[in-house]
Design a protein around this ligand. Structure first.
Ligand code: ZN
Length: 318
């Protein structure tokens, strides 16, 4: 049973917004595109993994996607997928990487062999080991009870080849297609319930409550200023910008598309790239509106949390 659905990460959403709102000839655009490619591939791998999880008996596991928690030492950790049952927990870290891969146990590195040489990456096995420890201490603190926690690195790209994998690596890494078998054997090795049904439900509620969404400072990361961001409402049909506001509609002058609420995506972009709060003046400029009263109507219609009055009012783009 899915207790936390898979959503695109803040980082991926931000890169998508950045790809729309930074000029293609800007020096950082290529970097944004690369990062967007990496994030998109990761997300694709996670979604591929989700398909295999549908083979699990529905009542056995609570499934959490993208859970991000803070351990008792104030360090955040995010698990691609966490499966929680009465008897154990299982962390799945998906890796969507193609090519010849080798896990180097001595140096804790993942090496990807490419024609030009090789590329070293952080080792997902050590990452899973860290997350297991962090989750264990989290459970101790918040649940007062700890279940055995195992972890698996799941290779989700069909074009991944594993080289020189030792038996100990093969226990910690699996190909996506083998995941149901691997889970079956983990399950058979940990049959004894530690939690009651009620305790598991309570723990699931607690996990969701304590989920701490990620933050990403786009402007700081790419050293951009607000004036380098493309403003205006983007046409949902042809991506032309800006659309113009006419009789309570957004009109695209390029393709003629008409939209009632194309401003919502524009303000989402603003929240991801520029900041989570916006004044009437900022919204008017960003949406290319001609009057403060129209801007007020639009912001008001979105039922946003706000603070302050008149010109000092600030809306929160949660
Ligand atoms: Zn258009």
């Amino acid at each position: 049973m899915i207790k936390k659905v898979r959503e695109k990460s803040i980082r991926l959403l931000t890169m998508e917004a950045g790809g729309r709102r930074v000029y293609k000839n800007h020096p950082v655009y290529a970097q944004i595109e690369r990062e967007l490619g990496r994030q998109t591939a990761g997300y694709k791998g996670e979604c591929a993994l989700d398909y295999y999880l549908t083979f699990l008996p529905d009542d056995k596991y609570f499934i959490f996607h993208g859970l991000r928690l803070e351990d008792p030492k104030n360090r955040h950790f995010q698990m691609d997928t966490f499966l929680f049952s009465l008897s154990h927990g299982l962390i799945l870290e998906s890796k969507y990487i193609s090519g010849e891969l080798e896990f180097d146990e001595k140096t804790s590195q993942l090496i990807r062999k490419v024609p030009e040489g090789h590329e070293t990456m952080g080792d997902p096995i050590s990452q899973v080991e860290r997350h297991k420890e962090q989750l264990r201490s989290w459970m101790e603190k918040h649940l007062g009870k700890v279940v055995p926690i195992t972890g698996q690195v799941v290779l989700t790209n069909k074009n991944a080849i594993l080289l020189n994998a030792s038996p100990s690596i093969m226990k910690k890494v699996t190909f996506l297609t083998n995941l149901p078998n691997r889970m079956k054997s983990i399950n058979e090795n940990l049959p004894n319930p530690i939690l009651s049904e009620k305790e598991l439900r309570k723990a699931a509620r607690m996990l969701n409550q304590k989920h701490a969404p990620d933050q990403f400072d786009f402007m700081g990361y790419f050293k951009l200023s607000q004036k380098e961001i493309i403003t205006g409402v983007i046409c949902p049909e042809c991506s032309h910008s800006p659309m113009i506001r006419k009789s309570a509609n957004w009109i695209c002058l390029e393709c003629g598309c008409k939209s009632k609420n194309a401003h919502i995506e524009a303000l989402q972009d603003y929240a991801l790239l520029c900041g989570k709060s916006i004044s009437n003046k900022q919204a008017k400029e960003f949406l290319h509106l001609s009057s403060s009263s129209v801007t007020f109507q639009i912001l008001q219609s979105m039922n946003l949390r706000h603070t302050g009055t008149k010109k000092g009012r600030v809306y929160f783009l949660d």
